[in-house]
Design a protein around this ligand. Structure first.
Ligand code: AMP
Ligand code: MG
Length: 420
């Protein structure tokens, strides 16, 4: 049955991104499971980690040296009586309850600073002879001591819900004695690649056929973003078979399709989704690569979540377009489905090595190489044949972001970059 053509909704990049973020904000959090701390990195925390004690639990010396009254070091050199030694992990009964004026105590990094002392002098500025220590430098009150609870108070949140667990978050969980963490289930992301010319990587391609690479790059990007890819069979450019596979894909938490969203006679993805009564938020973005990108939601199929429908993206089939549009639009949606707290997209900046010339009207994300050393970085476009050129993109380590209204960026100007 013929359907009306899908009305074209082509947005500026920023508007399209905001539409995705608004939809992502409406997603309810997934189910959770408990995992061992050693395999929790990359998962998204569902139950906050609380501090079971102050951090640090005692006033901690950050240096090897002598715990002192800073007021005793106003005239230098000063000579103080050494009344003992405190090692890291020193038994509490061995730590003096007070320290009188004129007294010092030898102390090690990570050891508790005794009551009465208000600073630690580094050992480098001291020389001990018997029970006397000569000190050549003064210290400010509090110097080289982290007060108990200064890093976190007992009972406070150390790692918030919705945080994707990295090395520091895992270290905090370990500090709080959590050998297991409650995390959100990974969302299942269906990948449906389309095109009569596309063949499986196990097949020997005919002279005009192309091996399916998009499903594999997407699987990597999905895993990196915290999802579980589910690869569907390759869909031909034929409405009935395409429809069956789209319906299958809509049973997942999110459906990513590649190809079939341009203006060609056999680009049927939008038409089939229209038949399935999909809602379209946009059907294009003023970007390159990736201009024909489609974002919407469809109630058909049997959605995995008890929601009103499944979100989908139609990503343009050119391999670089697929990669870029995933990063710009699909990733925030996937992260929301994974339970992550929303975050804005931030570009960093680097100086261009050479002039960049483009036609204005589209925001460009051009494969580029960031190089240099230490603070002296510079970025340069990688020579490429356009959005089908995955070989050039493999040689790139970032994209230069060219604003929509610019046609020329002179060498030496700071440009925004998106890492890859
Ligand atoms: P389309 O978006 O369907 O017009 O496809 C644009 C270009 O991307 C064509 O040259 C396709 O052959 C190519 N292409 C589409 N899907 C894939 C895929 N899964 N792997 C590699 N290339 C693809
Ligand atoms: Mg195609």
């Amino acid at each position: 049955m013929p359907v009306d053509p899908v009305p074209s909704i082509a947005l500026n990049f920023e508007d399209a991104r905001r539409v995705v973020e608004q939809q992502a904000a409406q997603i309810s959090t997934p189910a959770t499971e408990s995992v061992d701390l050693l395999v929790a990195a990359g998962r998204v925390l569902s139950d906050p980690v609380f501090a079971d004690r102050n951090l640090p639990p005692f006033p901690r010396s950050t240096r090897d040296g002598y715990a002192v009254h800073s007021a005793d070091l106003t005239s230098l050199p000063a000579t103080l009586d050494v009344i003992g030694e405190i090692r890291a992990g020193e038994r509490i009964e061995n730590i003096p309850k007070e320290m009188l004026a004129g007294q010092a105590i030898s102390i090690m990094t990570g050891a508790p600073v005794p009551a009465g002392a208000d600073a630690v002098v580094m050992v480098e500025y001291t020389s001990q002879h018997g029970n006397r220590v000569e000190i050549a430098r003064s210290v400010a009150p509090g110097e080289n001591v982290v007060p108990s609870g200064a890093e976190a108070q007992q009972g406070s949140v150390l790692v918030e819900r919705g945080v994707r667990l990295n090395d520091a978050a895992i270290a905090l969980a370990a500090t709080a004695g959590q050998s297991r963490l409650q995390v959100y289930d990974r969302p299942r992301i269906a990948v449906l690649t389309t095109g009569d010319e596309i063949v499986s990587i196990d097949a020997i391609p005919g002279p005009t056929q192309i091996r399916n690479s998009n499903s594999y790059s997407l699987a990597v990007q999905i895993r990196n973003a915290g999802g579980e890819p589910v690869l569907l069979p390759i869909a031909p450019d034929e409405p009935r078979k395409l429809r069956t596979l789209i319906e299958e894909g809509l049973k997942s938490d999110l459906l990513l399709m590649t190809g079939g969203v341009s203006m060609g006679r056999y680009d049927l993805v939008e038409q089939v989704l229209e038949e399935l009564k999909a809602e379209f938020f946009f059907t294009g973005a003023k970007i390159q690569p990736g201009r024909p990108v489609v974002f919407g939601k469809c109630g058909a199929g049997a959605p995995a979540r008890e929601s009103t429908g499944t979100y989908f993206f139609g990503l343009p089939g050119n391999p670089v377009s697929t990669m870029v549009t995933f990063e710009l639009f699909a990733r925030p949606m996937l992260e929301a489905l994974a339970g992550m707290a929303p975050r804005t997209l931030i570009f960093t900046h680097a100086k261009t090595k050479s002039e960049i010339r483009v036609k204005p009207g589209l925001k460009r994300f051009l494969p580029a190489m960031l190089s240099g050393e230490f603070e002296a970085s510079q970025v340069e476009l990688v020579r490429w044949q356009g959005s089908g050129d995955v070989a050039a993109t493999a040689r790139a380590n970032c994209y230069i972001v060219v604003p929509q209204d610019r046609d020329c960026i002179p060498a030496g100007e700071f440009v925004a970059i998106l890492s890859r």
